[in-house]
Ligand binder design. Structure first.
Ligand SMILES: [Zn+2]
Length: 568
């Protein structure tokens, strides 16, 4: 509370000085502002640092135990953190400092910390009641997703059973019924989701944004025009290649189901959203891992050591294998920005978990483990979610190279065959995912701009245009509401695709440094790769925003160029 009071006083002084005689007191004012900013940063650290660490630990415990009380503790700590930031007076002070160009010029590092605080505090200025309503709605919808079971006739299906059916069934009618049943969750959540969209827009308006989509992007240091331009470029780059890859997939699927390619419907594509490639390529990389019973933890440790970024202590801190009650997914978390970094995995010797391991430990090396302690606490993290996702994706792509496996001591019987098949699969995956992110990005943007339009029609119009899938005749259902990200991680999906661009751009920079072609470079046993990452990506932490970091590391702002080259 003391911090809040002193904040009010400082603000009073500041406002009167500015309004009375700004130019006369300029020098004195500036010294004052630097001290003032320092005290704001110190206050924040003192109040929030311990809480953040506790919240991180609570999340870790909850993910391992699955116990309600652990989840409750995590929610309680998160609420406490939010409450600290919900401080209008402090926000006004931060805003004043952030808008002061002279202050920014005099002390850019301090100004960057103020900038980071500005976004954190701004997001927390939404009216407390409104915020509660939004959280309640979002949680309620998430719960609806969790308990929803697709029902065909008398039989109910879990989502895993639906996935299995869509993977294996050769009966088009059975697939259609299962697909329709699983999309039934849309009608269940539709009304609440629309309520939530209106609440989110109301929150955005209260902070002066035209809609929630614009607000979310701004809070993440992006804007619609900038992202849209990249997505338009990507659309041009991927359209023909995607059409060609899809035609090949369609031919194989049509053969499998004994129908003409024109008769293929969304339920024929295995994945409920066609965000992944269906398994039509007759190559199975898992046999390599199963045959050798590859120790993925050991391999991950040896690989990162070989590029000069050892992760032995993180491996020791982590939870790597299945256990009852434990989350079945995978993630990496930085507990304290002091080097306590942990990874949750559920290893099985197959390509999926090798890929996931390289991904999560990619996040782990880009964390407080390798960000110098000289970077201030507030900036001791990745520059942006897209840069850490991008780096993680860059590493996970290595599993597709036989040379990488062989250098890591895993024998590959027919490397030529593997490389050919993997290249084809990876290209298909990149193209299919890219087209899917077009749908989500454009849909959310348009939905928040005008929630009262015909959203069912908008969804299918985008799916047809970007994914080349047919809207089933006469279908008028809220299929957009069946993707849980629209509810729980709104206006976020585009960052995955921008992460893919970042991955390509950094990879091309590394390949150039190694004097290798991007297709060949696999980093293994090359410590200069780790050194490059330390100097050019980790060292700045969040002192640079995502696009300045991209330029610092690769010499140019984020672009589609290297990603396009990887598709060729
Ligand atoms: Zn990730």
């Amino acid at each position: 509370m003391a911090a809040i009071k002193s904040g009010f006083i400082r603000k009073g002084i500041f406002v009167s000085i500015i309004s009375l005689s700004a130019s006369l007191l300029w020098g004195q004012n500036l010294t004052h502002q630097i001290e003032w900013a320092r005290s704001i940063v110190a206050d924040h650290e003192r109040e929030v640092r311990g809480l953040q660490r506790e919240a991180g630990l609570a999340w870790w415990d909850a993910s391992l135990s699955g116990k309600d009380e652990d989840f409750a503790k995590k929610v309680r700590l998160q609420n406490q953190l939010d409450a600290r930031l919900h401080n209008a007076a402090r926000y006004t002070e931060i805003q004043a400092l952030r808008n002061d160009s002279e202050f920014r010029r005099q002390d850019p590092l301090l100004a960057r910390q103020i900038e980071v605080l500005y976004y954190a505090y701004q997001a927390a200025q939404i009216d407390a009641d409104l915020n509660k309503q939004m959280n309640a709605k979002s949680n309620a919808i998430e719960q609806m997703f969790n308990v929803y079971r697709a029902k065909v006739g008398d039989k109910t299906y879990t989502s895993n059973e639906i996935s299995d059916l869509l993977k294996n069934s050769l009966n088009s009618e059975e697939r259609k019924l299962a697909w329709e049943a699983s999309k039934g969750v849309g009608a269940v959540v539709e009304k609440d989701l629309l309520d939530l969209v209106h609440l989110r827009n109301q929150a955005a308006h209260s902070l002066g944004y035209p809609n929630f989509h614009a607000m979310q992007l701004a809070l993440n240091e992006q804007n619609s025009g900038q992202v849209l331009q990249l997505f338009d470029e990507l659309d041009d780059l991927t359209r023909d290649q995607f059409t060609e890859v899809k035609a090949e997939i369609d031919a194989k699927l049509a053969q499998r189901f004994h129908i003409s390619p024109n008769a293929l419907m969304p339920w024929h594509y295995q994945d409920l959203f066609f965000q992944e490639a269906p398994a039509v390529y007759d190559y199975n990389p898992d046999t390599i891992y199963e045959k050798e019973n590859v120790d993925l933890a050991d391999m991950t440790g040896r690989f990162y050591k070989s590029i000069g970024l050892p992760v032995d202590d993180i491996l020791k801190n982590s939870s790597l294998y299945e256990q009852p009650g434990k989350s079945p997914h995978a993630f990496c978390t930085d507990i304290d920005r002091e080097g306590d970094v942990r990874v949750l995995m559920n290893y099985k010797p197959n390509q999926y978990w090798m890929n996931t391991s390289l991904h999560e430990f990619g996040h782990a090396v880009y964390s407080s483990k390798y960000i110098p302690r000289t970077v201030p606490y507030l900036l001791r993290s990745e520059a942006h979610i897209l840069t850490t996702e991008g780096l993680a994706m860059m590493f996970q792509r290595l599993v597709h190279k036989s040379s990488w496996l062989q250098k890591m001591g895993v024998p590959v019987a027919d490397p030529k065959r593997m490389d050919k098949a993997e290249k084809k699969m990876m290209r298909a995956e990149l193209l299919i995912f890219s087209r899917w992110t077009q749908v989500i990005f454009r849909f959310e943007k348009s939905m928040y701009e005008n929630p009262d339009q015909d959203l069912n029609a908008l969804w299918w119009q985008l799916v047809e245009k970007y994914q080349g899938m047919k809207q089933p005749a006469g279908r008028n259902a809220p299929d957009y509401a069946t993707k849980i990200h629209v509810v729980v991680a709104p206006c976020y999906y585009h960052n995955y695709e921008m992460g893919e661009l970042f991955a390509s751009q950094v990879h091309h920079t590394i390949a150039k440094m190694l004097h290798q072609s991007p297709a060949k470079a696999d980093y293994a046993n090359q410590p200069q790769v780790g050194q490059f990452l330390r100097d050019k990506i980790f060292a700045p932490g969040a002192t640079l925003n995502w696009n300045e970091l991209t330029k610092f590391a690769t010499g140019k702002y984020l672009s589609t160029k290297d990603f396009a080259a990887d598709l060729r």
